[in-house]
Every structure is written in C-alpha cells, then in structure tokens.
Design a binder for this molecule. Structure first.
Ligand code: PEP
Length: 692
C-alpha cells in the first residue's frame, strides 16, 4: 500500500517535470519560429560577444535560429505526447546541460543583456535565465532517470506522424515569418503602438537614480570612489563617470530618433506629430538591403508625393553607402539616420516599410509584400490599410488551428487504429483457438539471466523493470530467474510487485555435504517461487541426465517451487526429423513418474537447442507444431484437462520483434527468454508480445 502510494507520487512528479519541460520547449521553440530574424540577431550578438563571429559563414546565425526553434519545438511535442521517451529526455538533458553553464557565464560576465530564450515575448535577465535553467535541469534529470514512468498519449505506430507534422509545421511557420513579417509581434514597435506616447515618461513616474563615480590615483594605485567616500587630497583626480544606482521608470520606447541626413536636424517630433500619413522605408543597413523591389519602392514614393504624404528612408549606414544606393536605385526620397538596433526592432526585414500617422504605426510590410498599384488605388484615408488596427488576433487563431487541427486528426486516427487492432486481435485469437475463451493456463514470460549481471546490476535491473511494469501493466505473468546470489535481494525488491522470482537451477540432493550446491529448500527460503530445470546448457555442460533432473523436479515440488522444465532437440536431431521423439523421451524420462496433481504444478519450456542464443528462432509454425504435439503427449498421459492447463513456453532467440507472432499461436503460452531478458527495455518488448 505504502509502495503504491510512493509510486503514484513518483509518477506524478515525473509527469509534472515532463509537462513543465514540454511547455517551456514548445513555447520557446514557437516564439523563436515566429521571429526568426530576432533569434538570428541574438545568435549574432552571442558570436560577437564571444569574439567568434568570423569563424562562421554569414548564413550560420539564421540557420542556427531555425534549427534551434525546430529542435526545441519538436522536443517539446515529443515530451508532451511521450514520444520516444528515451531519446526525447536524453536530448533535453543534453541541451539543458549545455545551456546551464553557458547561462551561468552570461550571468557573471554579462556579455549580452538578455539571453533571448523566449524572444521578445518574455525578456529575462541573465540571472533569471540561469535560475530557470537550474529548475529545468532538475526536471530534465528526473524525467530522464524515470522516463519509463512518462505516460504516453499516442501509440508507437503513429508517433512518427505527430513528430513529423510538428517539425513540418514549425519549419513552415519559420519560413513564412521570414518571407512575410512575424505573425505575432511582441516588440515595442508593433502595429497599433503610438511611438510618441510610448516614448514619453508620465509625470508621476519614478526617475532613475544616477551617481558619479570618481577615479582617483595615489602612489600608482587607481581606485573608484563615490561622493560618500571621497578621500582626502592626497589622491589625484583621474576621471569621472556616471553610473545607474537605482533603476527608475523606463518607457517602452527609448531609442527612436530620426536625424535628417540633409540638414543634420533631429526631425523625430516633427514626423511623430504629423497628422497625415508618413511612409518609413526601413533599411537598417542599406548596403545589405534587398534591391529586387527598387521599382516598387520608387512607385510608393511617387504615390506618396502625389498624395501629399511624407516619405523617409531610415538607415544606420554611412553616407557613402547611402549615395551608392541612390545611384543604384535612382532613389529621390530623403534619408534619415537612426540607430541600427532600433531599425532591426521596428521591422524584421531589410528593407521593410512602415506606415505611421500621428505617431501611430498603422501597418508594416516586408520587402516581399510591399503594396503595389493594385493596393494603393486611392488616397489612404479611403483604403483599409489607412485605418488604425491593432495586431491581428485572428492570426493567433489560424496558427493554432493549423497546428492543433491536424494533430487532433492524427490523435483521433491513432485512437481509432489502436481500438480497431485490439478488437481484431481478440477476434483473431478466438478464431485460431476456440478454447482460448476458457483458457485456464497462465501466459508467462520468464527471463533467464544465465551467468550474467553482478549483484548490483541485477538489483538495478529489477528496480527498473518494476517501475516499467508498474506504469504499464503486463498482460501476462512475468518472472525473472536469476543466479543464486541475486535471489534474496531480488525477491525482497519484488515482494510487493507483480513480478515473480525463480532460480536457474537447484541441487538434486535435499541437503548435506555437497560443497557448492544450493538446495531447493534454500532457493525457496529466499522467497523465490520458480526454478528452471533441465536447461539444455546444464544438460550439455554439467551432465544433467534425465535421472538427475527427475530428482531435482521432485525436490523442487516438495519445497513448494514450480519447476520450469526445459525440453528441446539439438540441430542434428531436428535435421533428422527426430524432434518429437527427443522431446517425448525428455518428458517421459523425467516427469511422467509424477502424479497428475504434481504434474499440474509444472511449467514446460520447449527450447530447440539450435535456436538458443543463436539468433535463429524457430518459425511460428515450428513452435506451434511442437507445442501442440507436447500438449497431445500430456493429454495422452494425464488427460485433456491437464494438457489444457499446462503452460508451455517457447525459448530460443525470442525477442521484441518476434514475440508477438510466437505468442499469437494457440499452444504457445509465453516464452523463456535469455538474451532479450538482460535489458529492461528489450524484456518489456517481449512482454508486450501479449499486448494487442
Ligand atoms: C534460454 O537460454 O533459455 C534462451 C531461450 O536464450 P535466448 O533467448 O538467448 O535464445
């Protein structure tokens, strides 16, 4: 009970971590995709701050921005739906492990002012970013360590479709926002904003507090002082600077300034106070501006002259570059100088166009969508684009719809397919074997570790398996058969689980002077309930004969253990078509002395020796034929009921990819698994052979 509660708490915690990571990654991937140029500028800032921008080709920042947003978004979606839990949580952990020390460095050295994790939507200080990454690192570690407890919302069959759609969606969104402008604008210069108002400081706002820092020198030593601790006259004055002591109110727009190239005057107020329309052609670096629409730009300029609207080109480029542009394009419009960063913030295109009126931004265009003569058909006050509009809410709706609707369709289809295949599997089973409805015998998947795993490895394995199966209940009985030294510890760990424990052998003597042997009673005393007997490796390497095995079986039964009795032919016997004969003899010589009650406590495992550990599995038909034969032999000896109630497992290179087919046979009641039982994920794959 206590354990169950603990499990629920753990599973809840892990899933909370997974959803937290998913939400953060989906959000940060999305906001970066919406504004690819914004992320590009940020990456450029980083490269410059670290002095490594020359190492990379000029397209690298843009490529990096798109790759990063795609990776983050896809990881978020994978974590959200529980797709490829191992890969998704490992990649997440790697990503955050890389980011955390980097953001610590940013917080300490402060080479860039904000990290840009969430674009312009949510600007964090460098220390806030580092704190956020510490929380995410913890969550990523928890999610990775216990990834098996992550609940999945989509079947493995359809998960690739959901991941692929997410990648395609986010790539298309990035490209769309590159060609046009960001569909959502979180910057200070979004449509609807009045630049003049957003530049002004309200009269009651708290101003910033600044102080003078004096740099003084004495005996070759330089020190900084404020007015409060200004030293005596033995110090010589060197320099003074002003530093911000206390942050005051900062208006949303602080850096908008238009300086006329022609007159050198600051014409910001004049432009922002103009009650008429003004076109601002914005080319933060005119020498890098796309000149494919020169004619259209000139047409817009002619249109504005004709209609009496102002038109300026804003750039941060030097005069000679502006002159070159004029020569190349025949530009007659006036130029103004504005800060490079401000221009990049106003419009994410080079060049872009903005229409303002009375200081309010009415519309923005990228180079690829400038209005032409078919749009500018009349004076602006008679056109829709001359109206004041705020950011289009419907764009958010459309974007979400483009993501959510197809994804919901994929999920719906997935649900339908899962239900349908479960129904078909059930019907198939009934068709193959009408008795299955009343099948009394158990389906069992038993792992045989053989001589593998140290005690510590064994303990870690069963803990992991226990968690996996607690989250996703098996449709069959599950056993782990371990070397003797593991038994007591493993049995204690699995005491309150649905997983049974067995030994791989026991002595053919009850007790006494048999150095190195372990009796059935000793095995039972550890809490184990099963014991593998007659495995072909013990028959072949340790000379276990039918007579020895007969003793072992009796001792196991008398000590309350269930023997998993192995039978099977070697390759030469199969090739000579003697398999039935061999198997019959093995059964008869070791088991057919038992009473029907004792026999009913035996589990059989048919293991063709040529298939054990060889990777060569018996075909589904070979397995079914032999299992049906064994059942018929039991029916002859102990009656039909005993035969129907005996579980017969198949063993020999059974793995996650063939388990379903093998277990689908009416006479195959599970598997004895060697190699594929050594890793929890593989073993789970085999166990899932009993799932629809
Ligand atoms: C076994 O040893 O019982 C066995 C079936 O091994 P494997 O699955 O590796 O063939």
């Amino acid at each position: 009970m206590e354990n169950k509660r603990l499990h629920i708490i753990k599973a809840t915690l892990i899933n909370v971590c997974r959803f937290l990571l998913a939400a953060v990654f989906i959000f940060s991937g999305f906001v970066k995709a919406v504004d690819p140029f914004g992320s590009t500028y940020k990456i450029q800032d980083y490269l410059e701050a670290f002095g490594i921008s020359a190492w990379f080709p000029s397209f690298f920042p843009l490529l990096g921005a798109i790759a990063l947003s795609t990776l983050e978004f896809a990881l978020g979606v994978m974590l959200f739906f529980g797709i490829r839990k191992g890969t998704a949580t490992l990649l997440t952990l790697f990503l955050i492990c890389f980011m955390t020390p980097l953001t610590l460095y940013l917080a300490i050295a402060d080479p860039v002012s904000d990290c840009g994790c969430f674009g312009d939507v949510w600007i964090l200080t460098n220390w806030e970013t580092f704190t956020k990454n510490i929380v995410l690192l913890l969550a990523a570690f928890v999610a990775f360590k216990w990834r098996y407890l992550i609940i999945r919302f989509i079947s493995p069959k359809s998960e690739w479709l959901a991941s692929l759609y997410s990648v395609i969606f986010i790539l298309i969104l990035s490209i769309y926002c590159l060609i046009h402008l960001p569909i959502l604008d979180f910057r200070p210069y979004r449509v609807g904003v009045n630049i003049r108002e957003d530049m002004s400081i309200p009269p009651d706002a708290k101003p910033g507090v600044y102080e003078s820092i004096f740099i003084l020198e004495k005996n070759g030593e330089r020190k900084e002082f404020t007015l409060d601790d200004y030293p005596d006259s033995t110090w010589t004055f060197v320099d003074v600077r002003t530093a911000l002591k206390e942050k005051g109110y900062e208006p949303p727009i602080r850096d908008f300034c238009m300086k006329s190239l022609e007159t050198g005057d600051d014409i910001t107020a004049e432009v922002l106070d103009d009650k008429n329309y003004t076109f601002l052609l914005i080319a933060h670096r005119i020498e890098g501006a796309d000149d494919s629409n020169i004619d259209l730009i000139n047409e817009i300029y002619d249109y504005s002259v004709e209609r009496g609207y102002a038109f300026y080109c804003l750039t941060s480029s030097p005069e000679d570059e502006i002159e070159q542009w004029k020569d190349k394009t025949g530009a007659e419009y006036p130029f103004c100088l504005t800060d490079d960063m401000t221009l990049k913030t106003i419009v994410r295109a080079n060049p872009g166009l903005a229409l303002i009126k009375d200081g309010t931004i009415l519309k923005k265009w990228s180079n690829n969508e400038f209005p032409d003569e078919y749009v500018l058909t009349d004076s602006l006050d008679k056109l829709r684009l001359g109206e004041e509009r705020s950011t289009d809410l419907h764009k958010i709706g459309w974007t979400l719809l483009w993501f959510i609707l197809p994804l919901s369709l994929i999920l719906g289809l997935d649900l339908f397919l899962v239900k349908r295949s479960a129904r078909l599997a059930k019907e198939n089973q009934r068709l193959i074997n009408p008795l299955i409805k009343n099948k009394m015998r158990k389906n069992i998947v038993a792992g045989n570790w053989k001589m593998n795993k140290t005690l510590r490895e064994g303990i870690e394995f069963v803990k992991e398996l226990k968690e996996i199966l607690a989250e996703d209940k098996p449709n069959c009985e599950v056993l782990v058969c371990t070397p003797f030294i593991h038994l007591a510890s493993v049995a204690t760990i699995l005491e309150v689980s649905a997983i049974g424990v067995g030994a791989e052998n026991c002595a053919d003597k009850a007790s006494g002077a048999y150095t190195g042997e372990v009796s059935a009673a000793m095995v039972a005393s550890t809490g184990a309930k099963y014991v593998i007997l007659g495995h072909s490796e013990r028959r072949a390497y340790y000379g276990e004969t039918a007579g020895i095995l007969k003793e072992k079986v009796k001792l196991a039964l008398s000590n309350g253990l269930t023997p998993i009795f192995c039978i099977g032919e070697v390759l030469a016997e199969r090739e000579a078509n003697k398999q039935n004969e061999v198997v019959y003899t093995q059964l008869a010589d070791s088991l057919f002395d038992l009473s029907v009650e004792d026999f009913s406590r035996i589990v059989l495992a048919y293991e063709p020796v040529w298939a054990i550990g060889t990777g060569r599995t018996a075909t589904s038909l070979q397995a079914q034929e032999m299992h049906a034969y064994i059942r018929s032999v039991i029916a002859d000896k102990y009656g039909k009921e005993a035969a129907e109630n005996t579980s017969i497992l198949y063993g020999g290179s059974c793995n996650p990819s063939n388990a379903k087919e093998l277990f689908g046979n009416p006479d195959v009641d599970g598997g004895l698994i060697g190699g594929a039982a050594l890793k929890a994920a593989d073993f789970k794959g085999v166990i899932d052979g009993f799932k629809a």
